[in-house]
Design a protein around this ligand. Sequence first.
Ligand code: NAD
Length: 353
Amino acid sequence: AEARRLAAWDGHERIVLGTDTGRGLRAIVAIHDSRLGPALGGTRVWPHPTLEAALTDALRLSRGMTYKAAIAGVPFGGGKAVIMADPARGKTPAMLDAYAEMLAQLQDSYVTAEDVGLTLADADYLKARTPNVVGTTAGGSGNPSPVTAHGVFLGLCAAVRHRLQRGDLSGLRVAVQGLGAVGGALCERLHAAGAELVVADIDPARTRAVATRLGARAADPQTVLSAAVDVAAPCALGAVLSRATIPALRAKVVAGAANNQLAERDDAAALRERGILYAPDFVLNAGGLINVAAELAPGGCDRAAVLERLATIPQVLSEIFRRAERTGRPTNRIAHAMAEERLRAAAPRTARR
Ligand code: NAD
């Protein structure tokens, strides 16, 4: 286990720990790979019980960003930050001030944005104190979540076309776990397209609100993904697809927004053996990255260019599904290989700092 932990560290260019006890900051910034450009990735605020758990989360997320940017054709590297705090109580102005100072020290080697627990208002607050923040209101591209949800919707449709040979979603049964910024917006789109929804969030008020508004069935957050549905859409946290959960799935397609849905890479093979088509998360949920990256493009965020790039998500997925079928390999392996091809074609890796 220790060797595996160290290997995860070794794959990273830079890991920065920031603490400010007086102001309540405990943060990790992980920069995985900057061959394609400066590291870009959101900040997660989550009450991880141990430093080990937070570090594991940060390292998995930052690695995922490298592959996400590569496969989405976005000229940025992979990075991510985790702040160990309860998003409801821990985000005091003092803590955010301390975090802004940490970000400022990293200059443009790491650019951050929203993630679970870090809102648009928080991003705006940070941006007023340090320039390396995107996805903000003033002069920025705004909240990336609706764009992420749109990309997930397009990708989900491509997976349904491929696995279920269905061109429309009318009457399609979809289970959504996590009804936050992305999951909630995805539900709206699915509902508008005629899908029947089974929904769950650990916040019961959120579940009730979505169920009432969209005529969806409310379910238990722990078991919602194994409901009797056509598509399971994980939109909460990662590691929900594992040896323990995969045998219980009844969906034929897994397509959702959550990062790092597979507990282990090999879990995609277990999905494949069960005849379940897995749409690799980092391909499907690249919309937010595409949107915030556009903000950093010369000339600023161009909506038409963002939409054009979003439209490549279902195209890339279809290519992954075809290659997976042709080679008999799991979809996530194919997606990683395609991202690696793009990384290898970029400049050689620079010396670690
Ligand atoms: P969010 O914080 O707005 O929403 C997450 C929701 O999940 C919350 O409502 C929370 O209560 C709920 N939740 C947490 N654990 C749960 C569980 N076990 N069961 C059911 N619900 C649970 O976050 P978000 O921005 O909607 O992001 C959702 C996922 O999508 C995350 O994994 C995130 O990393 C990923 N993602 C988000 C974006 C983006 O643009 N926001 C982009 C790419 C990937």
